[in-house]
Design a protein around this ligand. Structure first.
Ligand SMILES: [Mg+2]
Length: 392
């Protein structure tokens, strides 16, 4: 097969807020080859990512992503890896390229899985997919009382694990953070798995983060996620050395496998969290999963949008039985719900497993592509670069 077309769909809720909620807009990718269609999702600013696909070349290693994809042969996972290497080299000075490529890469896996009649995890070498414990991923409430109610709601919905993140946490007084942590534990109950995401709020201030450690430990928080800037590796290692009970977590910001591997090696995190929509897709995420497993670090998916992205995020470690926890978008915006006509739901045990059906195993709802569509036109020198011309 040859990659014939790559199309982008910029979708958005009518209103975008400053909440750290990535499900408010979306960039969906459709790839056609050999009479088949694959779908993927980028986790990034849609407009900037579209621009990285169509931008005029600036020089030899600042080419648009399209230059390394269109017309390429797609017959095996090795072809996807070959295209990834081309994008990495030909677009090395185009910083958005990994984000744009991520959605294309996922769509190529989806298409290849459909061509072979196999789910993606099997193309990655896993015999079977193991059930994961989904954690309800949500934002801290504006008040401790709201956090308490959110935790209770997640527990009522059947979740054994809950993650709270962002919101006021970390930017307010230590005492106020302690109230939120106590409320989260109270709402979740004594047995639940409690996770906390600081959203990089302390940048590289180890003492500010350490001031919260006693309350994190007392509430038996399993991991503290992104206390610092993604590149502040020394701060991660220093804070991690000051507690035996709470593991450091991070990795969602990695837009190549090396960033994630450095966080493991030098940041000494206990959990590595990978977003397939950023790191370059499913292939590099699987490499990180292998790297983590060999070092006793648990791999966790990062995803906060649609079930297309959720399925992609689960594939790289679907076959690893001992890495049990997975992120599950608990209250995504309607756009992310409507985007697919099939969904990955918890079973009777409250666990989820990736679909056995070919590719990602999640059906796109094409009506939603029209309903939430944002009109975009990119013109350079009088020539229209986007929308892309229809297939000849
Ligand atoms: Mg996070």
């Amino acid at each position: 097969m040859k990659v014939e077309t790559v199309d982008f769909f910029y979708l958005s809720m009518p209103e975008i807020t400053t909440n750290a909620d990535g499900s408010q807009d979306a960039l969906i990718v459709r790839v056609c080859a050999g009479g088949l269609t694959g779908w993927g999702e980028c986790e990034a600013s849609p407009l900037v990512s579209i621009a990285a696909y169509v931008t005029p070349m600036s020089h030899g290693v600042c080419r648009p992503v399209s230059a390394s994809v269109l017309g390429q042969t797609l017959d095996s996972p090795a072809d996807i890896a070959r295209m990834a290497a081309m994008v990495s080299y030909n677009s090395m000075d185009l910083l958005q390229a990994p984000h744009t490529w991520s959605g294309i890469e996922i769509a190529l896996w989806d298409l290849l899985g459909k061509a072979r009649g196999q789910p993606i995890f099997r193309l990655l070498g896993y015999e079977r997919a193991h059930a994961k414990i989904p954690y309800a991923s949500q934002l801290f409430g504006r008040t401790a009382q709201e956090t308490l109610e959110h935790a209770r709601a997640a527990r009522r919905a059947g979740f054994r694990a809950v993650k709270f993140g962002w919101g006021p946490f970390g930017a307010q007084a230590v005492e106020a953070d302690v109230e939120h942590l106590d409320a989260a534990r109270e709402g979740l109950g004594a047995e639940g798995i409690l996770l906390v995401d600081a959203g990089q709020v302390w940048i590289d201030d180890v003492e500010a983060a350490a001031a919260r450690l006693p309350a994190l430990e007392r509430n038996r928080v399993t991991w503290l996620e992104e206390p610092f800037h993604a590149g502040a590796l020394g701060a991660y290692a220093t804070l991690g050395a000051r507690t035996n009970a709470v593991k450091m977590a991070g990795g969602e910001a990695a837009h190549n496998r090396y960033m994630a591997e450095h966080l493991i090696e030098f940041g000494r995190v206990g959990f590595i969290q990978i977003d397939c929509g950023r790191i370059g897709g499913i292939g590099p995420a699987k490499q990180v999963a292998d790297y983590a497993a060999a070092r006793g670090v648990a791999y966790v998916n990062h995803t906060f949008t649609s079930h297309l992205a959720l399925s992609a995020s689960l594939q790289p470690y679907a076959g690893v039985s001992e890495h049990r926890i997975c992120e599950y978008p608990f209250q995504p915006r309607q756009l992310a719900v409507d985007l697919t006509s099939s969904h990955i739901r918890p079973d009777g045990n409250g666990e989820i497993v990736v679909p056995e059906t070919p590719g990602l195993g999640v059906e796109i709802n094409e009506a939603a592509l029209g309903h939430y569509k944002v009109d975009v036109e990119i013109k350079v020198g009088g020539r229209t670069l986007f929308p892309l011309p229809p297939r000849a």
